[in-house]
Design a protein around this ligand. Structure first.
Ligand code: NQM
Length: 371
């Protein structure tokens, strides 16, 4: 028998996968060893598992929205900085595209628990709950995050009393601390070299503290800044203008032609309404986010701390303890901890971190549709 005759065929035998909520997103978590090593074969398989391209992803396990059409690929790390590697893949909903051009801090929250579930990380088997700390290399950007979460009896604890905006109920917290996120994709915190630029006729701050984001004041776009997502998505002239800015900003942010990519994101900022530090509405980049992405939030919070940025004038610095920025978004508030020296040249990020929750939803075998 040849090797290909003995190897399981994912189209027939399925593929081992775990569905998890990570923060305010949802995705399929897989071990790299359960996937084809060839990238084109892997992507083709993931498209068929998720049900793309199809606006409803009806024949797959994808959730028909960019925030629920995500994949985390996890493997042991050979990097001395990390215990495990996490590759994030965005599976487009209505196009046959799988992209590794961005990171995802929301799915990141499930990566540590998933690694414990699959035996990549040993967890104490004591009956009492203990904390485990896992160092995760984010393969997409080569940054490292440390995830701290609870385990009990050798398994992750998912229930708890931490609430995050955009997710009903409460769950066990996952603390994420980031290292070296400045310039993760663009090579510099302020990739254009300036804290503010006028791009395609619009005043913007281009920033990358873990996620490339273009930050623009609501008033610059003729908006109040607290509009509903549906209203913003229905505004065709707004979306055309935002896309013009994004396409022009791509090369200036060292991202090249961004026509087919999900970065940079765009965040519209305005004064806080509900006791937070700042109001945000984020396009990721064509759909409006129900909340805000994790590393997106860290980047926007960092922009707000830089005098001269498009976000800084709206920052209510007294709204939260020092170092915490409370970003209001369509479904609540996101707290990002960011310490930055805004006065060094260029500004230096000392530390950033956030709290999320994650939950195992389903573990089993996913069956891709036939080619
Ligand atoms: O910015 C959405 C999400 C994200 C990404 C997006 C994220 C992050 O909410 O780290 O979490 O911006 O595409 O999952």
């Amino acid at each position: 028998m040849t090797d290909s005759e003995t190897r399981p065929d994912p189209s027939v035998d399925g593929i081992r996968a775990m569905l998890m909520r990570g923060g305010t997103s949802k995705g399929l978590y897989l071990l790299a060893t359960d996937l084809p090593t060839d990238t084109a074969e892997r992507d083709d398989l993931l498209l068929r598992v998720m049900g793309s391209p199809d606006p409803r992803q009806i024949d797959g396990v994808g959730g028909a929205h960019p925030l629920t059409s995500k994949v985390a690929v996890v493997s042991p790390s050979s990097d001395p900085r990390a215990d495990i590697d996490y590759l994030f893949l965005q599976v487009a909903v209505d196009q046959p595209l799988v992209s590794d051009r961005q990171n995802c801090g929301n799915l990141l929250s499930g990566v540590g628990p998933f690694a414990v579930e699959r035996g990549l990380i040993p967890a104490p088997v004591t009956p009492d709950a203990a904390e485990v700390s896992v160092r995760i290399r984010m393969v997409n950007t080569d940054g490292v995050a440390t995830a701290v979460f609870r385990v009990e009896g050798g398994r992750p604890v998912y229930s708890g009393d931490t609430a995050i905006a955009g997710v009903p109920g409460t769950a066990s917290p996952v603390r994420l601390d980031f290292e070296d996120t400045a310039g993760s994709s663009c090579g510099a915190l302020l990739p254009t070299g300036s804290v503010v630029d006028t791009i395609a006729g619009t005043r913007v701050t281009c920033i990358d503290n873990g996620m490339p984001v273009i930050v623009v004041a609501a008033e610059e776009l003729g908006l109040a800044g607290d509009e509903e997502c549906a209203t913003l998505e229905a505004d065709h002239s707004l979306r055309t203008r935002l896309e013009e800015v994004r396409l022009a900003a791509g090369p200036l942010m060292n991202l090249g032609d961004v026509a087919g990519t999900t970065v940079p994101k765009l965040t519209i900022v305005s004064p806080p309404r509900s006791g937070g530090s700042l109001t945000t509405r984020t396009f990721i980049p064509h759909r409006c986010h129900d909340a805000i992405g994790v590393l997106g939030a860290v980047s926007v919070a960092t922009a707000a701390l830089l005098p001269g940025s498009t976000a800084h004038p709206f920052l209510d610095a007294g709204a939260a303890p020092e170092g915490v920025i409370r970003l209001e978004h369509p479904t609540g508030v996101f707290d990002a901890t960011v310490e930055v020296d805004p006065h060094s040249s260029p500004p230096t990020v000392h530390r950033s971190g956030i709290i999320r929750t994650a939950r195992k939803l389903f573990d089993g075998v996913a069956f891709p549709r036939a080619r």
